[in-house]
Design a protein around this ligand. Structure first.
Ligand code: NAD
Length: 437
């Protein structure tokens, strides 16, 4: 018989809400806490604060079953649970260091309210050494007879497929200095049937940064290859395919385009670089990965300008704003750099995204946001793809061809076969492949 744990998840964002709901689904009693009362009230009414496929139904089912609850009352949640998962944000500070203020305030709350010993599971992505620091902080601030074991359990879910990723993880990493605590957290994951890697706490903390840095490196590598391909007349899609067929390399994260964005890769690569600097190590390769990614956005603006001519007064239709498909997340999305750069050059920008329009209204002033792709491309001098939503693949491009002023399609995500778009009458510009016209 499996033990149903009493868990509170502090921070009900992309990670906390999905993880909390999935643990409830696995039979545990979960209360998700957030300081944002509007978010909690909405969740109690069944309204999702984020767009994540499958989440609404799973939340509703577990609320109904009484295994899941939402609250702003952090003290009560802490007192009523044995395991506390920390899933608050760890954004980057301007100097690249991690802003730990949200984590710190959670630890202070645990120290203030805990009346019994707890296992603290660190799901937030935090710098190496956080586990030890957190345990010290709790020891110094909480009631002296209580024990706190901080377990590093980095989260690897991806927005857009977060539920699938949680239920079918590649691995579970558990970094604990206390055997029983580590085993108890491993037991919670047992129904998933995933491989569990037990490590020391520092290694677990570093595995998360190392994984994101390596994935980011794959992306920047293929983007550098794309430039070489353009210059020598090769096709980066085929180059990546040929590389990916080698099992030592693998096919994933080798899609050339406008580079990575989102709430994790940019800040986590910066944090890893800073972490190395803080111990007097210059992580040259990672510095290049970050620089290439930043350049990729600027180069794409130049690509648009070269294809469309001077942008002053031109109507540019942008398809896709979120940093990747199947999410409404705009954090550090390439669109937030590329669109203002087009506007600075005098372009008049219209845009459409299947999920991110509400967020975009506040972040992209001066952009005319449309509720369908056809209205967006109407009378455009160029159509630009920034996110590879499958909706764009299924669009009626023959109709789009009739609606635009100039049949110029500049695809930052290499969604289409150049020849197919040429046959539809477009001049088709992509990344790392020859222009078709
Ligand atoms: P998020 O910004 O979506 O959610 C964080 C939530 O914490 C917010 O709702 C905020 O109101 C709440 N919060 C902040 N301080 C609080 C406090 N003191 N008490 C209660 N609630 C508080 O963040 P996220 O994207 O879910 O990321 C959380 C962590 O997980 C970060 O460290 C991130 O790097 C890591 N992570 C994120 C992803 C992802 O895909 N988003 C994947 C893996 C790891």
């Amino acid at each position: 018989m499996r033990v149903a744990e009493r868990i509170s998840v502090i921070g009900t964002g992309y990670v906390g809400l999905v993880s909390g709901t999935c643990f409830a689904e696995m039979g545990h009693r979960v209360v998700c806490v957030d300081q944002d009362a509007r978010k909690i009230d909405g969740l109690l009414r069944g309204e999702m604060p984020i767009y994540e496929p499958g989440l609404q139904a799973l939340v509703a089912a577990n609320l109904e079953a009484g295994r899941l609850d939402f609250t702003c009352d952090v003290g009560k949640a802490i007192q009523q649970s044995d395991i506390i998962m920390v899933a608050v944000g760890t954004p980057a500070q301007p100097d690249g260091d991690v802003d730990m203020s949200q984590v710190k305030s959670v630890l202070h709350a645990i120290a203030a309210y805990a009346l019994s010993s707890k296992i603290i599971v660190m799901k937030s992505t935090v710098p190496v050494g956080t586990g030890g620091w957190a345990e010290n902080l709790l020891r110094n601030r909480a009631m002296p007879h209580l024990a706190f074991h901080v377990v590093s359990n980095p989260e690897f879910l991806r927005e857009g497929s977060a539920i699938q990723d949680t239920f079918h993880p590649d691995r579970i990493v558990i970094g604990s200095e206390h055997r029983e605590a580590g085993e108890r957290i491993a037991a919670m994951h047992a129904p998933l049937g995933a491989e569990v890697l037990h490590t020391d706490r520092e290694s677990a903390e570093l595995i998360k940064y190392a994984s994101n840095a390596f994935l980011a490196a794959k992306i920047s590598f293929i983007n550098e290859m794309a430039h070489v391909c353009e210059k020598v007349g090769a096709n980066v899609t085929l180059v990546a395919k040929g590389m990916g067929m080698d099992r030592r390399i693998g096919p994933h994260f080798l899609n050339a385009g406008i580079g990575y964005g989102g709430s994790c890769f940019p800040k986590d690569t910066q944090a890893q670089l800073k972490l190395a600097q803080n111990v007097d190590y210059d992580f040259k390769m990672l510095r290049a990965v970050i620089e290439v990614n930043q350049l990729q956005r600027q180069r794409f603006v130049v690509k648009i300008e070269e294809a469309a001519g001077p942008l002053d007064g031109k109507r540019i239709a942008v398809l896709g704003l979120a940093f990747k498909p199947n999410t409404d997340d705009l954090r550090d999305a390439p669109s937030l750099d590329i669109i203002p750069a087009l506007q600075e050059r005098g372009a008049v920008v219209s845009a459409y995204d299947p999920a991110a329009l509400t967020q975009a209204a506040a972040r992209l002033p001066g952009v005319s946001l449309c509720t369908d792709p056809y209205a967006t491309v109407y009378e455009a001098d160029a159509v630009v793809i920034l996110t590879e939503w499958s909706e764009f693949r299924q669009m009626n491009w023959r109709l789009a061809r009739c609606l635009v002023n100039t049949p110029l399609l500049i695809d930052g995500r290499n969604m289409f076969e150049p020849e197919a778009m040429r046959e539809l009458g477009f001049t088709y510009v992509s990344v790392g492949r020859q222009t078709a016209y």
